[in-house]
Every structure is written in structure tokens, then in C-alpha cells.
Write a protein that binds this ligand. Structure first.
Ligand SMILES: [Zn+2]
Length: 372
């Protein structure tokens, strides 16, 4: 529903979004299908072709209550169920360097790598105690500006203003959103995030929107992300490794090649200074790095990294041992029925769907192009 209203003297389009019945049915249908796949053994069957030697799972925030985060974050109980399932299935949970070593050794055991992006404090407060129970290591990819408290964490700013307010004015969109109820808040947040993903340049204009809504981004960052001291302490834990995730967490496709090199290289230098060790692993912000497919992979390789991960779904195969700079990685952050999603992810179901039943091996073709 949309009409034109008047606010503070300007013409705004007033939007009163709701999750539609179709949207809810589509989501519950998908969840049901995944549940059937994971429980019936069909996912395991797909896994014989698409499961490869191992998989990298991606998480962000953990929470006891995804509803309090407008349907974002991984429910910590689901995370624990996933680790239990992985252990029972006989898969080892290993770090990234060990994963690469195993890809080079045809006789090695199947493995899973756990990865968390952005440096949320819940990685330490909620996930680490579970990891300790299952002796499961994980890598946390941290942008420098999380540590300096200057990052434009626009996705969290949007969530916060939509959570707090019954009405949200987003001037760069010329829109006012009515969102007093939970369903309207979820629908509004989805619409706003999709609007930024359509053009990441829009993220810059949101800083003023946050100010206009009385939100202190510095306070929000302080509340949700690890500090530098906490990161250094976490890195000393035998189950935690810190990885690189750029300085500013901007979409790399917006930047020139020298800017990309600086944004990634400065973060590597910063982290290595703070941690006192080499930082060999990198994750691209927002997944697929650029429109050219290969520009960032070449830059990351030249900066001396050992691996770089995307968010393209898929499992790892021996061919990835020589193509380590656009590694597929399976999104495992699903607030609803995260367990079934993870079972399907570990078995390469999403790659089977994305490739429409074609090659199980994601992204090796781009790297071969880059190295020519
Ligand atoms: Zn990120």
C-alpha cells in the first residue's frame, strides 16, 4: 500500500508494508521442503554429489531470540544442534589452513569450517561456550572500522530505528514508513535493506537518517561488536582465529583497484599489528566481490593471503586447493529452522539449486581466468 503524505513540509510517499500471505506461505513452504530434505535423508543423497570434501559455513550474529532482532541472527540453540549433528555425522570441525591442507590430501576425513563475519560480541558471549563444549574452532572476520568504532554499520542502524519507532522517515528514499507492529517492522527492514543492496552507494546517505532519528551509531557499535582488546583476547583462545574483512566494509565493486588494494591491505596490516601474527585468511564484504569476477581475487592473492571466501553457495572439492581466492561458502544464518538449513548446506543442496543440477564445484573457473 502506498499513498502520498505530508511530513515536515516535504512530500513523502507513506508506506505501510506488511509481510503478505504469499510471502509467509513461500517462506513456510521453503522451510517445510528443507525440513523434509534434512529428515528424510534426501539431503544426504544430494550430498554424495554436491557435498565434496568439506564446507565452510557462514554465520554473523547469534541470539537467544531472533524476534528481538527482527528475524535476524542465528538462534544459539540451533547452532548447538548443528554442532551436535556435525559431530554425530563423523565430520571434523577444523580451521581454514587445515581445510586447505585436507583438500590437497585425498585420504583426509570430511570437514566443516565455521566462520563468523563482522566481529559481533555474541560470537564470544554466546557461540564460544558452545564451541568449547564441542571442541569446535571458528574464524571471525573483523573489519578495522569495527575496532575503531567508525564503521558505517547501516544494516544495524536501520534495524535499530525500525525497532524503536512506529514511524521511520528515510529522506534519501523520500519515504515514510508506518511500522508500529512486528510484521510491519520486519517487512520495512527487508525493504530498506533491499534498497541499499540495489545500490551500495546509498549506504553513505543513511548516516544522516540515523542522526535525524536520534540514533548514536557509536553506541550501537559499542554494544554489538567486539572491542580491539576483546578481539586480541579472543584470538589467543585455542578455538578462535581472527581473519581480515577490509578496513571500511564498503562494497568493493564501488572502489577502484588501488582503493580495493588499500582497503584490504590496510586491514591486514592493522590486524597483524594488533594480534602480533600473520593474518592469512580474508572474507569479501557482501559476498561476491566485483562485477569483473576476478579483480579482487588477484588483489587478495598479491597481498599474501592464503584464502578468501565469498558467499556463493557450495562445498569444497580438491580443485579448490589450487583456487583458494573465491572459495564458496554456505550461509548458515537462518533464524527459522536453522538446523535444517545447515543440514542442507553441508550437503551442497544450495549449490545443486543454484547450478540447476549442474557442476557441484563452484567458482574455480573464475580463478583460472584470473591467473591467465
Ligand atoms: Zn561483513
Amino acid at each position: 500500500m502506498s499513498n502520498t503524505g505530508n511530513s515536515a513540509g516535504s512530500e513523502f510517499s507513506v508506506k505501510s508494508l506488511q509481510l503478505t500471505l504469499k510471502d509467509k506461505l513461500r517462506r513456510s513452504g521453503k522451510t517445510f521442503a528443507l525440513k523434509v530434505m534434512s529428515k528424510s535423508g534426501l539431503a544426504d543423497l544430494v550430498g554424495r554429489t554436491y557435498g565434496g570434501n568439506g564446507v565452510i559455513l557462514m554465520f554473523h550474529e547469534f541470539t537467544r531470540d531472533p524476534k528481538s532482532k527482527l528475524g535476524q541472527g542465528t538462534r544459539i540453540d540451533d547452532f548447538e544442534a548443528v554442532l551436535k549433528m556435525l559431530r554425530q555425522s563423523g565430520r571434523d570441525i577444523v580451521g581454514l589452513s587445515e581445510a586447505v591442507r585436507r583438500l590437497e590430501d585425498p585420504k583426509s576425513r570430511p570437514f566443516v569450517v565455521l566462520s563468523y563475519d563482522d566481529g559481533y560480541r555474541s560470537n564470544i558471549e554466546l557461540a564460544l561456550p558452545v564451541m568449547e563444549r564441542y571442541e569446535a574452532p571458528a574464524i571471525i572476520y573483523v573489519p578495522t572500522e569495527v575496532l575503531t568504532r567508525t564503521i558505517n554499520a547501516w544494516w544495524l542502524g536501520l534495524r535499530e530505528i525500525v525497532t524503536r519507532n512506529d514511524q521511520v522517515v528515510v529522506e534519501p528514499m523520500n519515504s515514510r514508513f508506518e511500522c508500529s507492529e512486528y510484521s510491519a517492522k520486519v517487512a520495512t527492514l527487508r525493504r530498506l535493506i533491499a534498497w541499499v543492496w540495489e545500490d551500495f552507494g546509498r549506504a553513505d546517505g543513511l548516516q544522516q537518517v540515523f542522526k535525524d532519528n536520534g540514533l548514536s551509531m557509536a553506541d550501537l557499535i559499542e554494544e554489538l561488536f567486539v572491542s580491539e582488546a576483546e578481539m586480541v583476547e579472543a584470538d589467543r583462545h585455542p578455538l578462535v582465529e581472527i581473519g581480515a574483512h577490509t578496513t571500511t566494509h564498503r562494497a568493493l565493486r564501488l572502489l577502484s583497484a588501488p582503493e580495493v588494494s588499500k582497503d584490504i591491505g590496510d586491514n591486514k596490516t592493522y590486524l597483524e599489528g594488533a594480534l602480533g601474527r600473520n593474518v592469512p585468511h580474508f572474507a569479501y564484504p557482501y559476498g561476491r566481490p566485483s562485477l569483473t569476477e576476478t579483480r579482487e581475487a588477484a588483489i587478495v592473492r598479491s597481498l599474501g593471503f592464503e584464502t578468501a571466501v565469498t558467499t556463493d553457495p557450495g562445498c569444497l572439492f580438491p580443485q579448490h586447493a589450487g583456487n583458494r581466492f573465491l572459495l564458496p561458502r554456505q550461509d548458515a544464518e537462518f533464524p527459522t529452522d536453522g538446523f535444517s538449513h545447515a543440514v542442507c548446506g553441508v550437503n551442497g543442496v544450495y549449490r545443486a539449486l543454484a547450478s540447476r543440477g549442474k557442476s557441484p564445484i563452484a567458482n574455480t573457473e573464475f580463478e583460472q581466468l584470473a591467473s591467465q
